[in-house]
Write a protein that binds this ligand. Structure first.
Ligand code: ATP
Ligand code: ATP
Ligand code: MG
Ligand code: MG
Ligand code: MG
Length: 272
């Protein structure tokens, strides 16, 4: 029996609409730094790629994966990270809650680790990150999504590498560099790097060219013959109960191609 006060306020709960996420779909949460163009200039990031910010992003993403065992894989580049949640996750499929929990933990960790990574660079103001949650109904869509993000990384990095090479080593002004690169395709940029600067784009660090993939270690390599997907959610359950060692469900970091089939065929437990 509700008290008078409860009766007066309980109707308010009906205004809270849960965004219920469809079962058995891949849940992707993508976070992206707000105004990082300005943030990176204000904190004098090395251009085109500042290793310290990448390290902070990767540390924050690792924390998210430790906190949310159902995140099977994460992909990061520039000021963004995508978190892929196991499609059969038994997590409460409440979109706003999942998304806000992930993005706030991520932002908090980016700031929490700032001094360890940037050492004597003062954090001038707190960065913020936006987030969105997207559902992908099958493995093919999910792979297309991740390919799209890695292709974006490639295109931006090739442009930025060229742009900053022209500015830093080629005595171009920013405006002149922009002018020179306008309308160029990938082949043209490779040629500029090679002919004017004797740099082979493919020899640039894979960390910059491919971004960062964090994924769960193969839980299925244990003696059990259970299906890998089942294994994965089993591992999640065990981890939540505190029964599983961290290493059995540890996270691996790579900077490799995820557009082709090889990454996925070599790691069949990821998509299940
Ligand atoms: P928005 O709020 O719309 O996301 P933004 O300024 O963050 O605006 P993005 O398209 O997200 O724009 O681009 C992020 C920018 O942050 C890059 O263009 C780059 O200038 C900068 N940046 C992010 N990470 C790094 C890094 N590790 N090193 C150098 N610059 C970086
Ligand atoms: P959930 O993740 O479900 O929100 P929770 O532990 O955060 O779990 P809440 O119902 O949100 O549970 O309650 C927050 C709790 O945090 C309070 O019950 C109280 O114990 C503690 N708390 C929050 N703010 C203060 C404060 N200013 N002083 C002392 N305790 C506080
Ligand atoms: Mg953006
Ligand atoms: Mg941004
Ligand atoms: Mg971005």
């Amino acid at each position: 029996q509700p008290t008078k006060a409860n009766a007066k306020t309980s109707y308010l709960k009906a205004f809270e609409k849960k965004i219920a996420l469809l079962p058995h779909t891949w849940i992707v949460v993508r976070i992206d730094g707000k105004g990082f163009h300005k943030f990176s200039e204000r904190h004098k990031f090395a251009k085109p790629n500042d290793d310290r910010s990448i390290e902070l992003m990767n540390k924050a993403a690792l924390k998210v994966m430790q906190h949310f065992p159902d995140v099977v894989l994460s992909y990061g580049q520039s000021d963004e990270y995508s978190f892929v949640i196991n499609r059969y996750s038994k997590m409460e499929r409440h979109g706003n809650k999942i998304m806000s929990s992930i993005v706030s933990l991520f932002a908090a960790m980016y700031v929490y680790n700032w001094n360890n990574v940037f050492e004597n660079v003062t954090l001038e103001y707190s960065p913020a990150f936006d987030a969105r949650v997207v559902l992908y109904p099958n493995n093919s869509c999910l792979r297309d999504y991740l390919s799209w993000r890695q292709a974006d990384c490639h295109i931006n990095n090739m442009y930025n590498t060229c742009f900053w090479m022209l500015v830093q080593s080629g005595n171009y002004s920013r405006r002149e560099a922009e002018e020179k690169l306008r309308g160029t395709v990938s082949k043209d940029k490779r040629a500029i790097l090679l002919n004017e600067f004797k740099r082979d784009y493919d020899a640039e660090d894979a960390l910059y060219r491919k971004g960062t993939i964090l994924f769960r270690h193969d839980c299925a390599s244990s003696t059990t013959s259970l299906k890998t997907t089942f294994n994965l959610s089993y591992a999640c359950d065990e981890l939540k109960k505190g029964n599983s060692s961290n290493e059995a469900y540890s996270v691996v970091k790579e900077h490799t191609d995820i557009i082709g089939d090889q990454f996925w065929t070599e790691r069949p437990w990821l998509l299940g």
